[in-house]
Write a protein that binds this ligand. Structure first.
Ligand SMILES: [Zn+2]
Length: 241
């Protein structure tokens, strides 16, 4: 079981000397707060690193930990324990914000797996610059035609606005395009959830090759999603002006 090996490290309680799991926030024997250890957000919550999360369990654990770690509880404790409670409370809030949000959680897991989405998009930007296109990101190949058409319509609409003309047909086309791209965003989110189970299964089976395959698909999907989001924003800007 991967979960057991992930959590098999032990540390000694600074107060009573009992052995605890390395990610334990409190000593199991004496209940004292333990030093801040370099834990990732999943370890901090005592959860296995998986993309499908039990939202209710996560929330319960968050409220339980925020009560127990709250700096007020340590008002009369040693300076060291006060410091730990501050550090842990702040880590708890970061972990909660990241893990409860499906997209932030996905990006965080990719980061833990050493995939930097920023680098991905920087590569994309460099490649676009090298090929002489002004776009910030590479156009997903299956969208090339649609994007070409859309950019023409956007340009036409900007010109119409500039000369104070009304073009209801063009306006209708752009609204339809926006709806279409919004539907593609929803589809991308559904595809992402399917990739979560693919990745989780690979992690359960301890299969690095299958994990990598799922990761690459997630990166492509997230890039596609952010590309489409920018398109929707462009259309919205032109329609709203
Ligand atoms: Zn102890």
């Amino acid at each position: 079981m991967t979960v057991l090996t992930e959590q098999s490290e032990k540390t000694q309680c600074w107060f009573c000397g009992s052995e605890n799991a390395a990610e334990a926030q409190f000593c199991e024997a004496c209940g004292k707060l333990q030093p801040s250890a370099p834990l990732d957000y999943f370890q901090f919550f005592g959860l296995p690193r998986r993309l499908q999360l039990d939202r209710v369990a996560l929330e319960k654990q968050f409220y339980r930990l925020s009560r127990k770690l709250h700096p007020d509880v340590y008002a009369r404790a040693s300076a060291q324990e006060q410091q730990w409670s501050l550090e842990k409370s702040s880590l708890l809030n970061d972990a909660w914000r990241t893990l409860r949000d499906p997209l932030a959680r996905t990006e965080y897991v990719l980061e833990l797996e050493d995939i930097r989405l920023e680098e991905q998009s920087r590569d994309a930007t460099d490649a676009a610059a090298a090929s002489g296109t002004a776009k910030e990101q590479i156009v997903p190949p299956d969208l090339l035609e649609e994007v070409f058409e859309l950019n023409m319509q956007l340009e036409e609409m900007r010109m119409a606005h500039a000369s104070g003309e009304n073009d209801p047909e063009l306006q209708g086309n752009l609204e339809a395009a926006k709806q279409n791209f919004n539907a593609q965003l929803i589809a991308a989110e559904q595809q992402l959830q399917a990739l979560w189970s693919e990745w989780d299964e690979a992690a359960d089976a301890n299969n690095p090759a299958a994990k990598q395959t799922a990761q690459q698909k997630m990166v492509d999907l997230l890039n596609r999603r952010s590309y489409i989001r920018n398109l929707v924003r462009d259309v919205q800007e032109v329609l709203g002006s």
